[in-house]
Design a protein. Structure first.
Length: 148
């Protein structure tokens, strides 16, 4: 009887699990990520044409892409783009900006401290935490290896 329940449950899960077309999802991610990169390259080229040096133009490009992402998040337009484009919209700097802005916007009604202050890094917090920790560990390893 236990075997029958397992098989029945397995069939139930298979019926309820959404079917994904991996290749179609990769194409969508490529398109969305490519458009984000295209916009970024256009901003970079414009900044450089205005006389900014490469490093400063890159900084302005990042800043403008983050701004665009936050505005699209505030207008509730980034979420549909991310749902359609998947990782293509979530991996670049725009996805990181969205992951910080979305909780801030969602929890603003609970106030500055208990809403925005407590919830702003719910998604991005682990990325920041483990990014800093990994950088620290690699820095220590580098420091130790340069001593010998």
């Amino acid at each position: 009887m236990n075997k029958e329940k397992q098989q029945s449950y397995k069939k139930y899960v298979e019926n309820k699990t959404p079917k994904n077309n991996v290749y179609l999802n990769m194409v969508k991610a490529f398109i969305v990520g490519g458009i984000i990169c295209l916009v970024g390259q256009a901003i970079l080229n414009f900044c450089k044409s205005q006389g900014l040096e490469e490093e400063m133009a890159g900084s302005w490009t990042s800043l403008i892409l983050v701004f665009i992402s936050v505005v699209l998040t505030g207008l509730n337009l980034y979420s549909p783009i991310a749902q359609w484009g998947g990782a293509g919209a979530l991996v670049p700097i725009t996805g990181f900006a969205n992951s910080v802005a979305a909780p801030a916007i969602e929890y603003q009604k609970e106030g500055q401290v208990f809403g925005i202050g407590c919830k702003i890094f719910t998604i991005a917090g682990p990325v920041i935490l483990y990014g800093i920790f990994t950088s620290w560990v690699l820095g220590v390893i580098y420091w130790v290896t340069t001593m010998f």
